[in-house]
Ligand binder design. Sequence first.
Ligand SMILES: Cc1ncc(COP(=O)(O)O)c(C=O)c1O
Length: 373
Amino acid sequence: MDTETQDVQKLINSKTYKTPCYLFKKNVLINTLNDIEHTIKTKYNNIRLSYSYKTNSDKEVLKTLRKQKICIEVVSKKEYTVSKKMGFKDIIYNGPAKSKKTFIDALENNYIVNIENKRELSWLKSIKSKKHIKIGIRVNFPLSCFIANAKSINSRFGFNLYEDLKKVLKDLKKYKNIKVVGLHYHSTYIDRTPEKFKIVTQELLKFSKKNNLDLDYIDIGGGFDCLNHSKFSFNDYMDAIYSCKEFDKKLNIIIEPGYGLINSCYDYLTKIVDIKKTQKANFFLCDGSKLHLNIKSKVNSFNVDFLKEVNSKKIIDNYIVGMSCMESDRLHLTNKKLALKINDKVLFKNCGAYTSSWNSGFILEKPRFYTLK
Ligand SMILES: Cc1ncc(COP(=O)(O)O)c(C=O)c1O
């Protein structure tokens, strides 16, 4: 057990947290951010870090990020407005859910704005002021052209890099005060490999060179998995990006991690409230639910602590199940004997990404929230 886990366990045992609750390990986030900042400063100094708001927008998380002066990547009028109000100094505005008012406001404030579609192009062209405007454009291309097992998807986001982007650039050339300074790409390709980022960087840079674009940045989106005790390190990703043939150290490369930054900064604490023993299986009902984690997750998707598992001759399915009335609300399965009693705590580890931000209020209230200091 690493010292961080030991510290967290000690803390949880020493407090009477009301369950179910999220436990925000603030120091994990701060240490991660400091590590990234140090690595960028010393080795990869054209990388610009931003955090994907949608992944987890709990107030304490946002406050921590703002204090650390992290750039925030937002994808809707709501996210933009909250971030600005909270005092984020650097904002990247992406996604189709912008409003015209916030789109123009973002440009006036010199935030990075990546255009998503024709609607936004028409907003841009409607600006009467002759002031210089810098804009980025979201692009897409199928990774399946490069990665054999990647699903072939016609992305609905942005403009196709090979088929549509040139037309957009030609059109914008008519507006002397508008300059395209960035290209943005994000894909939801589930394999979070460094290879993907190398390909994306390579393709964007190739396009830029071929078309004589004078870019300030390329934004290669999120999709990292390096800060969650995973098999890749931050350096693996950076080295992959830096290994591109066309690489230009003068160009800023923006990354927008969500999962990679916040997932390991949360645990979820629940308490056993009922034990039902049947012929074929035992069910340990906790006061939490998959609805607080990920409704689509399969049983055993999360690592669990405080599980008192004991070897036993009798092999039987032991489930930890949740409070919702969905049969699939099964969080953990083991064939070992579970020596859990009523009121025992069970801790689901590393669940900060797309969990609390997806809480819908369906059936259950939002869990409590505590910051571990
Ligand atoms: C534009 C954009 N950037 C960044 C992210 C964050 O992705 P991840 O949480 O996989 O790092 C997303 C997630 O959907 C996104 O749409």
